[in-house]
Unconditional design. Structure first.
Length: 470
């Protein structure tokens, strides 16, 4: 720990790590495990054990293994004992605190045996007390979490692909879940994707549902929660569909792609059996429906699209993976230029086969987001480190910044040349903003109220580094 403290202090006092003109490049693929369980198809990341480093959990569709990998803090990850489970065909997996003890538990579905289970984490990464939520979800597949009934506890929505319904289970905050008789939907054919968000700003969670029948009739639909003002959870499908006539919607999520505070939809359509090339879509709400925009991508079979900031400029970028077998681009990203403008596709990797799923996190705690992906055909788990490169080096020498002491228990001091007031944003290890303020550099900044841990510090939207709060 002493070495880590010294290193972070050196980084803070000697250098500025990035500017708004930073350029993201990626290290070559580093394989974490070249022999995962057969067909890795689900992934999540988060603080599994008692340290401050994001760990990885995967689920395999054919091998039926749940594997968690401890982050060693040096760019390597070590597989831990397999997590016992009763699932067959693991297709979805989340890390979330389901029993209110602050530790991240595992929530997962088994498509082939119609099950959804959660497995408790004791806080040290030991997963015990497997809890079967249901054995009756026919074709259990996609899952989403949120407070559907506004009782302050997490609920679970799940797609029953084989029974053409989307079910939800109300939680009591202590790890107990009850199947609600009112379905979110039972009219769509082969629902597989579910996401929750308050799209209409009325204070309750609405549902985004997409189907994956691969028959040319797949749809994306919005179901609005009538909880407010009715007082009872029920869902009504919008008159206008978001999209119709598609062939396999693999992912769909509510995102504000153009920064206008209105939620848009980011979705992918796959390519099946030598049919038409799949697509990456942006659906913009125009007030009377959704306008479709297709991104230009070399990926023939798009799988998962996520909206995350890769270049630390405060704008979320689009990341896309490929479900194609063999050679081809497997991970790409589109830089967000602001106001709904995105740069052309940039390749992150082209060495995997069917990189269906991936997770984005700051795995090395250096202030930028990295990527870990599963290669379904190769049974590989791979790590891609984000090497945020800085341009205009001459500008850096004119913008020297020192932040001290580090570690600190109560205050941070700043030395910033050519500035007296700076804008500060502090983020916790999960990327949550914990402090934003304009600050006089001649005064110490009080951080005594922050919990102990590692924090990212952003100054003027240009410079970022880290400090330890002891």
């Amino acid at each position: 720990m002493l070495m880590k403290h010294s290193l972070l202090a050196l980084l803070l006092t000697l250098s500025v790590l990035m500017t708004t003109q930073a350029q993201t490049v990626w290290a070559a693929k580093s394989t974490i495990n070249s022999n995962t369980g057969d067909a890795p198809y689900a992934i999540a990341s988060g603080l599994v054990d008692a340290d401050a480093l994001p760990d990885i959990v995967i689920g395999t569709y054919i091998g039926n293994t749940i594997e968690w990998y401890k982050n060693n803090g040096d760019g390597t990850f070590t597989i831990q004992p397999l997590v016992s489970n009763v699932l067959d065909g693991i297709g979805a997996l989340k890390l979330v605190d389901l029993n209110g003890d602050t530790f991240l538990d595992i929530l997962a579905t088994g498509y082939n045996n119609n099950r959804m289970v959660w497995i408790a984490n004791d806080g040290n990464g030991n997963f015990v007390n497997q809890n079967v939520i249901s054995n009756g979800i026919s074709g259990a597949s996609g899952i989403a979490l949120g407070n559907i009934n506004n009782d302050a506890h997490l609920d679970i929505a799940v797609t029953a692909y084989d029974n053409d319904e989307v079910m939800w289970f109300s939680g009591n905050g202590a790890g107990n879940f009850t199947l609600e008789t009112t379905r979110i939907d039972n009219t769509l054919n082969a629902p597989s994707v579910i996401n929750l968000s308050d799209i209409d700003g009325d204070g309750d969670l609405d549902a985004l549902i997409a189907t994956t029948a691969y028959d040319g009739n797949d749809v994306i639909e919005i179901f609005r929660n009538n909880l407010i003002p009715s007082g009872t959870v029920s869902f009504t499908k919008d008159t206008n569909s978001v999209a119709t006539g598609k062939t396999g919607i693999f992912s769909a999520s509510f995102e504000d792609l153009d920064g206008d505070t209105n939620l848009d939809i980011l979705a992918t359509e796959v390519s099946v059996g030598g049919g038409p090339t799949g697509s990456l879509y942006w659906y913009e709400d125009n007030g009377s429906g959704f306008t479709e925009t297709a991104f230009t991508t070399a990926i023939v079979n798009p799988s998962v699209a996520q909206f995350k900031d890769l270049d630390a400029d405060g704008l979320n970028d689009i990341v896309l993976s490929s479900g194609s077998s063999g050679a081809g681009d497997d991970l790409v990203w589109f830089k967000n230029n602001g106001s709904g403008s995105f740069g052309s596709e940039t390749v992150i990797d082209n060495t995997q086969s069917q990189a269906f799923v991936y997770t984005i996190n700051d795995f090395d705690n250096d202030g930028d987001n990295d990527i870990v992906s599963c290669a379904y055909n190769q049974n590989d788990l791979n790590y891609f480190e984000n090497l945020l490169e800085s341009l205009d080096i001459d500008d850096f020498s004119q913008q020297t910044i020192s932040v001290f002491p580090n570690p600190t228990s109560d205050i941070l001091n700043f030395e910033v040349f050519d500035a007296t007031v700076i804008n500060i944003a502090i983020f916790d290890i999960l990327g949550k903003v914990v402090m934003v303020k304009s600050h006089d550099v001649n005064q110490p900044l009080d951080v005594s109220t922050l919990a102990n841990g590692i924090y990212s510090l952003n100054i003027n939207g240009e410079f970022m580094s880290k400090f330890i709060k002891d």
